[in-house]
Ligand binder design. Structure first.
Ligand code: ATP
Length: 328
């Protein structure tokens, strides 16, 4: 018989992402639905160490489904990486009567949660919240869809200027290790070329492609570049390189930065957050632990945290081909 869960703690950790609030709301309301108490833990694992807790009833999460960021705040806690820090956190949870945890964040957050479970046999469920979509075991992480829409919206605006002045724009988007945002937003916004960390396009091919597009009659172009693209030059060095080799181009750079992490979550992210929150709490009630809830083939699934942490997401090669064809 699984241990009866009476009080669930919920926290957000690592980088914030749109949809985290909708996930908190879902966890709180699913607990209320099943007559379980819910405690909000502020500032991720750091709040667990400091006992920064607040009881959350179903009305405490009114009007947050549409808000970006996280009402519970997020933090990176170095202290939680030490056995002493985790022991303090465990003592605080026990004192507060919390007997299970839902942690919303990325792979670092899951690593901490898994370690905590191993040391104290404490039930933990993870919800993937990061705009990068780089977590194994889910087709979408919370915030990814919103970030794509934000990026496409901004590139549409940049395009207005690019086409009015016959300019080439390099737009840098987030994605140090994963090119999902660059590839998908690039296709969605009609980019000429897309540079991602998973694929070394090479400088020659970039020049060739730009020359080809000029010859084919295009007067302006957008190149989308992920932060961690494989060419090894940052976006400003790339601009210098292209201008030195193709003097006919007047290159402008736009680094989108943190605006990609903010904003009201898309409908997709709100629905996803609601589904994942329900599954996380109900899985804890069923006695499950050490899983990440995610979306696969539009079904909510469970993936062992260990696999979610170690597994690598793959870039969709068909999308690379589509992007190539679209820039003809
Ligand atoms: P993002 O994708 O936005 O970076 P993340 O969850 O991967 O999100 P991290 O800063 O890597 O963000 O991790 C969040 C927190 O998880 C850390 O601040 C730390 O408290 C905890 N954590 C990460 N790695 C470990 C670890 N090896 N042991 C214990 N705790 C960890």
């Amino acid at each position: 018989m699984p241990k009866t869960i009476k009080k669930v703690g919920v926290l957000t950790s690592g980088g914030d992402s749109p949809g985290m609030n909708a996930a908190i709301r879902s966890v709180v309301r699913t607990c209320a639905y099943h007559n379980i108490e819910c405690i909000g833990i502020y500032r991720g694992y750091q709040g667990m160490i400091e006992g920064d807790f607040k009881e959350m009833g179903p009305r405490s999460v009114n009007n947050i489904v549409n808000k970006g960021g996280t009402i519970l705040k997020s933090a990176r806690s170095l202290e939680f990486k030490t056995p002493e820090g985790r022991k303090k956190a465990y003592e605080n949870l026990t004192k507060a009567g919390i007997d299970a945890l839902v942690v919303i964040g990325g792979d670092g957050t899951f690593t901490g949660g898994l370690l905590f479970n191993t040391e104290f046999n404490f039930p933990v469920m993870g919800i993937p919240g990061t705009i990068d979509n780089d977590i194994f075991g889910t087709s979408h992480t919370l915030g990814y869809d919103t970030a794509l829409n934000t990026v496409v919206d901004v590139i549409d605006k940049i395009r207005d200027t690019a086409s009015s002045h016959n300019r080439l724009f390099f737009v840098e988007v987030m994605g140090r290790d994963a090119g999902h945002i660059a590839l998908n937003a690039g296709i969605g916004a009609g980019a000429e070329e897309i540079l991602i960390p998973e694929e070394n396009l090479g400088l020659d091919r970039l020049l060739e492609s730009l020359q080809k597009s000029k010859a084919s009659g295009k007067s302006s172009s957008i190149v989308v570049i992920a932060e961690g693209d494989k060419i090894g030059k940052n976006v400003f060095e790339l601009k210098d390189y292209v201008e030195a080799n193709l003097p006919e181009y007047d290159v402008r750079v736009s680094v989108l930065g943190h605006m990609q992490r903010g904003g009201s979550p898309s409908c997709f992210d709100r629905v996803l957050a609601s589904r994942l929150g329900v599954k996380a709490v109900e899985s804890l009630i069923e006695g499950k632990s050490n899983y990440m809830v995610g979306l696969q083939n539009d079904k909510v699934t469970l993936t062992p945290l260990e696999q979610a942490i170690k597994g690598k997401t793959e870039i969709d090669r068909e999308l690379l081909r589509v992007s190539d064809i679209m820039s003809t």
